[in-house]
Design a protein around this ligand. Structure first.
Ligand code: SDX
Length: 435
């Protein structure tokens, strides 16, 4: 699959001192335009400076389109609302990675291959034993993922389509097993092997919550809710962790190593770790008598480092379309599981207060994907420290698609940003006796 190129649609003039240079302007499928600065330094000696890359495109991509002002999110052109309503996680994974919705035969083949790779090498049982019981599951998942490369050296052949394909299937198949086994190790229960008769999300529930001493019946509503969450987390264009996967992959590191780096980036509370932080905040508000205004005021206080996890987004300056879908699903899951909905009630009040507060309105801070997702994971029975593992399992196909597009793209070079140096000018070394 070739990556569509952006079309040259004009020029931007950059005047500097008494120089001026015309820079190409390129435009994508949805009318987004960018100044192509690929030759800026060669032609002017200038570089651009954009900490956090809020104004900088790192690549062209045909995978996901999002419009932060309109609250639009599409995977390969399909609106997230339709995929959430009508698709399944493995079908969405296929769509993101290969670019088209699969035929029935293609999907069955993909599911069959993933299903056949859900076991991890038996030696890895000892891998989990080397961690303390309170190890954060994201540390175990990142380490476990890169460790897979030691069992499957063919992953180093990153330009061999056959090696890449089996690596993709192994990753999608084994991440839930790694996640579930890190949880079982933490709670001192026996590891539960995957059951190939179960669907992908049902298998994760089975490995997480069943025990050898009794029958475990997967709740279909819960499995469906988990599958929906995985769909909603599957990709999000050039977010922090996807950009990390691209950057690590651009050095020609193998896919296991690139995904492991993405997992580490996702762990941060400003990114995927926010879903765990949201529940911590809601629990604090409940313990503190339910006073949401107090926490909204703290989030607004420039002298208080407290931020409202689950609110705000670098790109969405409107509702995160995923948050709307998850909020509706949270209501359904809480009813299906009979879970305590006190936190849900506090979350809804918090949202209501914040969305009518000038500080949030002015800064266009809306609930993001993490604001309600933790309530569903919690209702399903995941412990808080497993929430970001669930995010990583959902995001995996997106990371794979981004890595594959990057590796296959003619425009890819090793990612190596420049800087503006503001340190000491040249100076002589001083021996320690003279210091
Ligand atoms: C994800 O990029 C993606 O696509 C990510 C993601 C994906 O699917 O991959 O969507 C997943 O990571 C969602 C975001 C999860 N993180 C959180 O919920 C953490 C809380 N949110 C913030 O930390 C913040 O909103 C970010 C990190 C998400 C975005 O930060 P930006 O774009 O750098 O914005 P900023 O920090 O410059 O904030 C702008 C203003 C600041 O106030 P002023 O300095 O202008 O006075 O808004 C304020 C911030 O202080 N602000 C908040 C706030 N978020 C921003 N104030 C209180 N609470 C918050 N949550």
């Amino acid at each position: 699959m070739t990556t569509a190129e952006a079309t040259r649609t004009g020029e931007a003039k950059l005047a500097h001192d008494d120089d001026a240079v015309d820079l190409p302007v390129v435009t994508g499928t949805e009318g987004e335009s960018a100044v192509d600065i690929g030759h800026l330094r060669a032609e002017t000696g200038l570089i651009t400076l954009d900490p956090g890359y809020g104004n900088t495109g790192s690549c062209t991509s045909a995978i996901t389109f999002l419009d932060g002002e309109q609250g639009i999110l599409r995977y390969r052109g399909y609106p997230i609302e339709q995929l959430a309503e009508r698709s399944t996680f493995l079908e969405v994974a296929y769509l993101l990675i290969y670019g088209e919705l699969p035929t029935r035969a293609e999907l069955d083949g993909f599911i069959d291959e993933v299903t056949r790779h859900t076991l991890i090498r038996e030696e890895m049982r000892h891998f989990f034993d080397s961690f303390p019981t309170d190890a954060h599951p994201m540390a175990v998942l990142a380490a476990g993922t890169v460790s897979l490369s030691t069992f499957y050296p063919d992953a180093q052949q990153i330009f061999d389509p056959v090696a890449v394909e089996i690596t993709i299937k192994r990753l999608i198949a084994k991440l839930p097993t790694l996640a579930a086994w890190s949880f079982k190790k933490a709670i001192g229960q026996p590891y539960v092997y995957p059951n190939n008769d179960l669907g992908y999300s049902a298998n994760l529930l089975h490995m997480m919550f069943s025990v050898p001493s009794e029958e475990y019946e997967v709740n279909e509503d819960v499995a469906k809710a988990l599958d929906l969450l995985l769909i909603l987390h599957a990709d999000h264009e050039q977010n922090c962790s996807a950009s990390t996967v691209r950057m690590v992959g651009s050095s020609h590191a193998n896919l296991y190593a690139s995904i492991s780096a993405g997992i580490s980036a996702l762990w941060g509370p400003l990114h995927g770790g926010a879903n765990e932080a949201v529940i911590n905040t809601l629990e604090r508000i409940v313990a503190d008598g339910g006073n949401v205004q107090k926490y909204v005021d703290r989030a607004k206080d420039p002298d208080d480092s407290f931020r409202l996890a689950g609110f705000g987004h670098r790109v969405y300056k409107n509702f995160d379309p995923r948050a709307r879908i998850i909020k509706a699903a949270a209501d359904r899951v809480l009813r299906a599981t009979g879970a305590d909905d006190q936190l849900f009630e506090v979350a809804q009040r918090l949202e209501e207060v914040a969305l009518h507060d000038e500080y949030f309105v002015e800064r266009k801070l809306y609930p993001n994907v993490d604001f309600y997702s933790g309530l569903i994971y919690r209702a399903i029975g995941f412990p808080k420290n497993m929430f970001t593992n669930c995010f990583a399992i959902g995001r995996l196909p997106g990371w794979i698609a981004q890595w594959k597009e990057m590796i296959e793209s003619r425009e890819t070079k090793i990612a190596r940003p420049r800087q503006v140096y503001v340190g000491a000018a040249e100076r002589e070394y001083v021996s320690i006796e003279q210091r």
